[in-house]
Design a protein around this ligand. Structure first.
Ligand code: IPE
Ligand code: IPE
Ligand code: MG
Length: 238
């Protein structure tokens, strides 16, 4: 077991359990989303502080379009407010925003705010904040295949590197650690290609209760794991 903590370059989070957090308190699901945004805000700053280079937050999946109109409206409204409120803080912390997913399906106000923050933070270099929006792993892989087919590449030209370059995450390392809150133990169409060798950390904590201390617990466990990439335990021992 390694003694010092290893900080992953890229952490990805499935922020789950907002609805249950609220209903358990006799509140509307909206309240869970509202408090969940605060957890996200705090996590971004904490990750930047400890030296994480890429943070990916699963914010709205391709399947989440099936949610009630009212809930989607609240989520989009919270997203616009978050972006508006965070822009100066992102710039101050030198954090660049990137979007994983196709944003054309979102209402105009959401698209405009996203484009604004993307433009304003494009020069930031200390950390990349990826918001997975209208994101689905299958959709991403399918689009990459379609893009490459459209470019008329020959089969042997489609290498893993070329393929990865056609994904939303192009130019970024795969996440070493994927965290899912709320006790669910599934991938829910998240980063299907990129998660090939990620370590998974599951916690029963609901997303609105997820604090930097919870992240530290995940990092502690991550540091104690041995990543093998298909080799034997002896081969990777350093
Ligand atoms: C995660 O919380 C937020 C989104 C998926 C947008 P949920 O809304 O899925 O909360 P639960 O799983 O119903 O508790
Ligand atoms: C995954 O959570 C998507 C996001 C966190 C944005 P869901 O709550 O939508 O996933 P399932 O439906 O429980 O698998
Ligand atoms: Mg959920």
């Amino acid at each position: 077991m390694k003694s010092e903590q290893t900080i992953p370059q890229h952490i990805a989070v499935i922020m789950d359990g907002n609805g249950r957090w609220a209903t358990r308190r006799g509140m509307k699901r909206h309240e869970g989303h509202r408090v969940g945004v605060e957890s996200a805000r705090t996590l971004v700053t904490h990750c930047r502080k400890i030296g994480v280079r890429h943070l990916t937050l699963y914010t709205f999946s391709t399947e989440n379009w099936a949610r009630p109109e009212e809930e989607k409206r609240v989520l989009f409204d919270l997203l616009v407010r978050f972006l508006k409120g965070e822009l100066s803080s992102l710039l101050e912390q030198d954090i660049r925003l990137r979007i994983l997913g196709e944003i054309e399906r979102f209402p105009l106000a959401v698209r405009e705010m996203l484009k604004h923050v993307l433009r304003k933070t494009a020069h930031c270099k200390s950390m990349t904040l990826n918001l997975a929006l209208n994101y689905g792993g299958r959709d991403e892989i399918l689009r990459a295949a379609q893009t490459l087919a459209g470019q008329g590449l020959r089969p042997e030209e489609i290498t893993p590197e070329v393929f990865a370059d056609a994904l939303y995450t192009h130019g970024q390392p795969d996440p070493e650690l994927i965290i899912r809150t709320s006790g669910e133990k599934r991938i829910s169409n998240f980063l299907l290609w990129q998660a090939a060798y990620s370590e998974f950390y599951f916690t029963d904590t609901l997303w609105p209760d997820f604090t930097p201390e919870e992240l530290d617990k995940a990092l502690e466990e991550f540091s104690s794991r041995q990543r093998r990439f298909g080799k034997t335990g002896e081969q990777v021992e350093d």
